[in-house]
Design a binder for this molecule. Structure first.
Ligand SMILES: Nc1ncnc2c1ncn2[C@@H]1O[C@H](COP(=O)(O)OP(=O)(O)OP(=O)(O)O)[C@@H](O)[C@H]1O
Ligand SMILES: [Mg+2]
Length: 327
């Protein structure tokens, strides 16, 4: 049964960046070297042998658990190649497996599309990455050193994982520009945000973001008066204002006009390379227009992965998903 994460202490300190010396210090799932992990990192309580038992010669204390080490080194090296490393993650709700051994690796700067039928586990996958749902088993690491399964939502967001939900959630009674300022100063109160002067550097940065999302001319408009598509872009802009490392976008073009979809395509392609982006989308035409690597989820696990042409030709994918869609 998926557990809600415990409330972590605010200002949770970042995990230690492995330095050259610690590169080969195994951090098993407990974050400890294998020989420590095997004992839970605590000194074992000495237990007197039963009187009649044969007393074995004690093992030397410094013996490294070779098997654990041999398993750990290749995995750690693999983990270092990816900005997001999700391996064998399972989540169940009242016995139903929403994720069933999900494995997903993202390299820095890539634009990855995730598709799959309703209920495949796409949103649950995002919930795990952002700390909203704790899996029953598996691993999830960000930038090879942040164990996402041990962190709360606030800490994870502070590390640069920004998520956009399907429904736009902008402040309708503020202008587009004020929404961006709020996002930039997310750590401050609304009151201090409006009193605080925005420095030139921040102003230039927000102007650049306005340009990226195509809202320069509407910067002074109330967000409530923007079109559905413009609100979606503004929300993407609010994520960009937080200088994210990984952007998670859940169905970003749902409800958009063809022109708005086209603009969103340009926007995301423009971000590729500078940001790592994970897009979940049902609109196959849109996916085809932006996709490099596509991951197909089905019943909580990866059914296929590859270029759009490759996964579209996969018989299992056609049967499970594409056959029934308008793709
Ligand atoms: N909190 C929950 N409690 C019980 N079941 C849940 C919960 N969250 C998700 N599920 C179930 O887990 C499965 C996966 O749901 P999820 O929302 O991740 O699918 P999805 O791929 O995002 O689907 P869609 O394309 O419709 O958005 C579904 O069967 C859903 O009903
Ligand atoms: Mg969903």
């Amino acid at each position: 049964m998926a557990k809600q994460p415990p409330e972590g202490p605010p200002g949770d300190s970042p995990e230690t960046v492995p330095d050259a010396a610690s590169d080969f210090l195994p951090d098993t799932k407990e974050g400890k070297p294998p020989d420590e992990a095997a004992t839970g990192g605590e000194e074992p309580t000495p237990v007197a042998p039963p009187a009649a038992a044969t007393v074995e010669a004690p093992k030397p204390k410094s013996t490294v658990n070779l098997e654990l080490l041999l398993n750990w080194v290749p995995k750690y090296k693999r983990r270092k190649q990816y900005i997001l490393f999700v391996e064998d993650v399972s989540v169940s709700f009242d016995g139903f497996k929403a994720l069933d051994g999900l494995t997903l690796y993202l390299t820095e700067g890539e634009l990855r599309c995730v598709i799959g039928p309703n209920g495949a586990g796409k949103t649950t996958m995002m919930d795990v990455i952002t700390g909203q749902t704790r899996p029953d088993s598996g691993e999830a690491w960000f930038m090879d050193r942040i164990n996402l399964l041990e962190r709360d939502e606030v800490f994870i967001a502070q590390q640069g994982i920004c998520r956009k939900f399907q429904k736009p959630s902008v402040f309708e009674s503020l202008t587009a520009a004020q929404n961006l300022v709020l996002a930039l100063k997310a750590e401050k109160s609304v009151f201090s945000t409006f009193r605080a002067r925005i420095g030139k550097e921040d102003r230039d940065f927000l102007d650049e973001v306005m340009g990226q999302i195509g809202l320069r001319e509407d910067a002074g408009k109330l967000a409530g008066n923007l079109s559905h598509g413009q609100k979606q872009w503004l929300e993407i802009g609010m994520l960009l204002a937080q200088r994210p490392r990984l952007l998670l976008l859940d169905e970003p073009v749902a409800g958009m006009t063809p022109q708005e979809i086209d603009h969103t395509k340009e926007l995301l392609l423009g971000l590729e390379g500078n940001h790592t982006i994970l897009v979940v989308e049902h609109d196959m035409e849109f996916v085809r227009s932006i996709a490099r690597q596509v991951t197909v989820l089905h019943q909580g696990r990866v059914l296929a992965e590859g270029g759009m042409a490759e996964v579209s030709a996969n018989r299992e994918v056609v049967e499970a998903y594409l056959g029934g869609s308008d793709a």
